[in-house]
Design a protein around this ligand. Structure first.
Ligand SMILES: Nc1ncnc2c1ncn2[C@@H]1O[C@H](COP(=O)(O)OP(=O)(O)O)[C@@H](O)[C@H]1O
Ligand SMILES: [Mg+2]
Length: 404
């Protein structure tokens, strides 16, 4: 189901130029996360740091118990095999047809026979909708098809983590919609951990489970999509709603024309609710198993989210889900999630009462809920990992610089 990626206090500079500092976040296994930010904020640099192509000056990137930033070359070699990367331009070899481009990692890194290679290549080409284009050269096809081919190549070694560098860049709105749907469908099929970096508002609003935002050298916010999509933080609100008014100036963001086009396409005006539904998988495909894991995790941490995000999350639960998690529409915990036993019936222990977010029902920002040793927390913060020794300090929600 993909692996967890834990980024802790990561800082990167080139000479005197700080790209970003103290970035802390966790990519939950199998979920889709988006890192959003204006052009030039270091999104591509961040992806390169995750795969150990660039060395941050401070911090850790821990995958499977190994810190990518400080591990040996041989460990790094093994870790890299867990990644598939879709580079911004597809990064295909111009003189090779699509089949050979996609077969390339298999021929380089495995001992598969040509007939085994063919099976894998054709399977991945089918997954991305490219069957029939095997003999085409990259120069003969559209940008959208090049991205698909790059994606098929990223998939051939069955990666547990897939990084997408601006999968939507250079595509028209229709092709962007197709690639976004493809990403969601692929997540359902391969259940790997996805990280997409983009500056596209539509992608950020519809594709991910979690959103982070880089701005002016910091990770301003990171968490479940509902938190950012309902946020009043000026930078986040401006960006996710594509407003020209706000802290983000034109010089560091897309030009006015592009922004206006995106807004028109989203049918966005100030009266429309912030949160549009997340894309679902195409008919005929399996459900995304990450959806249930994420729901369990988010519900276990509900009290630590903003009231607006809590309301949004609660409004999407079915009656059965509310019962299962022991919540009402106001978010009050009526019983500990998934832990009810006969002896608990009818009463709340002190610990359970402590889980009820103070002020949640009144619509105030709740004070951070102390982490209890709930089953969900333990499941997420598996014991024995070097990074999980102080779970209280390392919530997967990330933190603001200087924050707690
Ligand atoms: N290898 C490098 N050496 C020096 N500066 C770099 C290098 N790679 C990226 N940068 C700088 O880092 C900044 C962020 O770049 P990048 O990650 O490409 O931004 P984004 O992907 O968000 O548009 C830019 O100012 C860029 O010039
Ligand atoms: Mg980039």
């Amino acid at each position: 189901m993909g692996v967890k990626v834990v980024v802790e206090g990561l800082s990167k500079s080139f000479g005197a130029q700080t790209i970003w500092r103290d970035v802390t976040l966790t990519l939950p296994p199998g979920e889709i996360s988006v890192l959003l930010g204006p052009s030039g904020t270091g999104k591509s640099v961040f992806l390169k740091a995750l795969i150990g192509l660039l060395k941050p000056e401070e911090g850790q990137v821990v995958i499977d118990g190994v810190d990518v930033c400080s591990c040996s070359d041989s460990d790094l070699y093994d870790i890299r095999k867990m990644f598939g990367v879709l580079f911004q331009d597809g990064a295909l070899f111009g003189s090779m047809n699509l089949y050979d481009n996609i077969a390339f990692p298999l021929r380089e890194h495995t001992r598969k026979s040509e007939s085994q290679v063919r099976d894998v290549v054709m399977e991945k080409m089918e997954m991305v909708g490219l069957v029939g284009s095997e003999s085409k050269l990259p120069g003969e096809i559209s940008g959208g098809m090049r991205k698909r081919a790059g994606l098929a190549r990223a998939l051939v070694l069955d990666p547990q983590i897939i990084l997408f560098d601006e999968p939507d860049s250079g595509l028209d709105p229709v092709r962007t919609a197709y690639i976004n749907q493809l990403i969601v469908d692929l997540n359902a099929q391969v259940d790997a951990t996805f990280l997409i970096v983009t500056h596209d508002i539509g992608t950020a609003r519809t594709v991910p489970d979690n959103i982070g935002m880089l701005f002016r050298r910091e990770l301003v916010m990171y968490g479940p999509r509902e938190v950012l999509l309902s946020s009043n933080e000026p930078v986040v609100e401006q960006f996710l709603n594509g407003r020209t008014q706000g802290p983000i100036g034109m010089s560091e963001e897309k030009d006015a024309g592009q922004m206006a086009a995106e807004l028109a396409e989203l049918g966005k005006d100030q009266g429309v609710p912030h949160i549009v539904p997340q894309l679902d998988v195409s008919q005929g495909l399996p459900r995304r198993t990450a959806v249930q894991r994420r729901q369990d995790r988010v519900m276990a941490n509900l009290g630590s989210l903003t009231p607006a995000a809590q309301q949004e999350i609660l409004s999407t639960l079915t009656v059965q889900e509310k019962q299962r998690y022991g919540v009402t529409d106001s978010g009050v915990v009526t019983r500990p999630p998934n832990q009810r036993t006969e002896s608990m019936a009818g009463s709340l222990s002190t610990e359970e009462v402590a889980k009820v977010p103070a002020g949640a029902a009144q619509g105030q920002r709740p004070s951070p809920t102390p982490r209890t040793s709930g089953a969900e927390d333990d499941a997420f913060w598996a014991p024995g990992e070097s990074v999980s020794e102080q779970p209280a300090k390392r919530g997967w929600f990330g933190r603001k610089r200087g924050g707690k």
